[in-house]
Design a protein around this ligand. Structure first.
Ligand SMILES: [Fe+2]
Ligand SMILES: [Fe+2]
Length: 221
């Protein structure tokens, strides 16, 4: 669309759309990758090779979404997914896994496949409904970093939280969504690296929204 054809009411929507596109493609995955990898390096025994795999898997953990039918509509309408769309969206770890398997990187593929599995909540984990240590350590770490970033930086279908609220929610999910052995060190890590997290958030839709690009429009009932 040419700039001259935009009305004054359309311009914020255009900016908002561009910001969401940038969030999906560029800003969410690197933040998750940085947080997951620094945490793993500081708090776990993962070796250098495993840290590199975790970093790459985190960078591409949601890349499978580009294969999901209707992803643009689902991602950019700011509304809760319908049950049908949720089923489609839940296939994205499978597409990411297929792609990295095709690349000949099966260990990275496994981490991507497992990033939405839940420690002790098979009803909501997917796609394989794994439990506990059947989920790789790297995927358990990625799941926490992913959840943190979604809560504080960009939550398309829900309210954003501040860092304290996000820490509280991660605590609440200890032993349910998240590995209880990782929750405490992860929350301490978040406390310790508040400054880094705030810096990473400068490139988020939250920061843009706080600079008055406007809140997303409310979902229709
Ligand atoms: Fe995902
Ligand atoms: Fe994600």
């Amino acid at each position: 669309m040419e700039e001259s054809t935009l009305t004054s009411g359309e311009i914020p929507r255009q900016l908002s759309f561009a910001e969401k596109a940038r969030a999906l493609l560029y800003s969410h995955p690197p933040r998750v990758a940085i947080l997951a990898t620094i945490f793993a390096a500081e708090q776990t025994d993962l070796k250098k090779r495993e840290l590199i795999r975790l970093f790459v898997a985190s960078l591409f953990h949601d890349a499978g979404k580009i294969c999901v039918d209707g992803i643009l509509k689902m991602t950019f309408n700011d509304c809760k997914l319908s049950p049908e769309d949720k089923i489609k969206m839940d296939t994205h770890p499978i597409y990411g896994h297929k792609f990295f398997t095709w690349l000949g990187l099966p260990k990275i593929a496994e981490i991507i496949l497992e990033h939405h599995e839940r420690w002790n909540d098979r009803d909501h984990g997917y796609p394989r409904k794994l439990k506990g240590e059947a989920i790789s350590l790297s995927a358990r770490i990625l799941a926490m970093a992913d959840a943190l970033d979604v809560m504080i930086a960009w939550r398309p279908y829900n309210h954003l939280k501040n860092i304290d609220e996000a820490i509280a929610e991660i605590h609440d999910e200890s032993g349910k969504q998240f590995d209880p052995g990782l929750v405490e060190p992860f929350c301490e890590f978040v406390e310790k690296h508040r400054l880094l997290i705030r810096f990473l958030l400068l490139n988020s839709p939250r920061a843009k929204s706080e600079r008055n690009l406007g809140e997303p429009e409310p979902c229709p009932n």
